[in-house]
Design a protein around this ligand. Sequence first.
Ligand code: MSP
Length: 586
Amino acid sequence: MLPGLVLRLLARRGSGRCVRQGCGHASSSRAREGARDARACFTTPIFYVNAAPHIGHLYSALLADALCRHRRLRGPAAPRFSTGTDEHGLKIQQAAASAGLTPAELCDRVSAQFQQLFREAGISSSDFIRTTEARHRVAVQHFWGVLEARGLLYKGLYEGWYCASDECFLPEAKVTRQPGPSGDSCPVSLESGHPVSWTREENYIFRLSQFREPLRRWLQGSPRAITPEPFHHAALQWLEEELPDLSVSRRSSLLHWGIPVPGDDSQTIYVWLDALVNYLTVIGYPDAEFTSWWPATTHIIGKDILKFHAIYWPALLLGAGLSPPHRICVHSHWTVSGQKMSKSLGNVVDPRTCLDRYTVDGFRYFLLRQGVPSWDCDYYDEKVIKLLDSELADALGGLLNRCTANRINPSGTYPAFCATCFPREPGSTGPSVRAQAEDYALVNAVATLPTQVADHYDNFQIYKALEAVSICVRQTNGFVQRHAPWKLDRESPADAPWLGTVLHVALECLRVFGTLLQPVTPNLADKLLSRLGVSDTERSLEKLFFLPRFYGQPCPFEGRKLGPETGHLFPRLDQSRAWPAKAHRT
Ligand code: MSP
């Protein structure tokens, strides 16, 4: 048991009410693997509505969005993707009171802000759940009933610390003292620095302690269940210590804004149990359809909520007779100019302002290219401008311009590839051979890029996928620079086939880049692919075959008219440019 935590057992067993049992955990791992291939579900955390969204929230959603979009491109089955708002609990109840609103008013207002932000940022979720919805209440109360029927809940006295900001119970060892506003010493959470208060009340308690071994077996047997690895390791470390039982309800007189315990209105279900069940609600729980989607779910979460997802949630699931989730992908935090983002420091970065300034695709690219899940990343405006100007405007936009500009490609077509200028065998000799060793290195790099990118997505390293694309863009610019098509004589029978080949190869590289960038910069990729004349049905990863002419195959693009010219792919962001004056409420 935790120090500072006293649990007095009052021996209350399941009430004997009829509950539907959970299922879906008995299939062989092979069969599950097969089911996973066909069905996949991605989730973001559901966001608290006590304050407006910031860039950290958008980052969580973008990671999930990019993973899901990449999966869609791989086809054939469409994955599900859910996000939403976490609307119950003491934190929301208190925030509403201090804003002079009812909790429902605050929830409607802030949930709408998240929905609007996600629409604007191109988050392609298939479901937006609000925990105040009736379907969710049904799911949570059913889940509770299953736990109760399985004898996993009992009534006991909880005495210890509670942190309303983090909505969690804390042992004495996780509490420290800090000088408060009037100089007196205030107890705060060691981890988050948020104030804690002493609580002593009779609650329902979940027999979490029973799950230490099963959790350990799950994590040891599934080394990729939690990614990146240090977070998997951290979860196993927690299981080295005793796992105390968990209080899963609060007195309704204290917490009225929540879902009542079935059959006992004097207690409200703990907000984290309520919130975690959202992952089942969105796949139709408790109706039988949910079993074909669970456990094929990948949760994307921030590191601050790892324990809830890596320990409490799998234990609750096991308790309800269900498997732990397929995968938990964890990311670190964004700081701003080296400091933690906080309302009190006044340094919270409003994502809608950033989308206006840097464009939707620009800001998506920045967060996903610079965000490294294993460690915290720092945000400042100059960094965004520098990255976008160099990688999207100059390197990628410049490359497109070089291959499509009227003076170099006056026919406005995908020119023919000449196999004698660029023979398949490196080192071939002959009067028409023009390709050099570096050109073979380029072809090889771009040919293997889709697999590399897919591996990075599988390893939850989207930033590495973008880095790999960026390196190839640079290599392609080097190729164009090396062969300087602007110096080749279009009218000369010796130069013309090679000029066409250089442009053909560069356009093929661009087609691969455009296809691979779709999950991160969907509008920019669309603009790029449309300019190349690539139709909607030719943009999936299944159909991506780079430079078929080099491998002796026909190329459907050869000789095709390019799409219409639509200006710069990504206009440079000039630091001196006046920012749009549009203000957003934070
Ligand atoms: N409501 C809970 C989650 C329940 S999920 C069943 C919650 N909400 S939150 O709004 O506080 O946080 C939502 C997500 O935003 C978390 O993944 C959290 O890690 C992430 N971020 C919050 N601040 C962040 C940064 N500064 N940087 C990156 N992400 C951060 O926790």
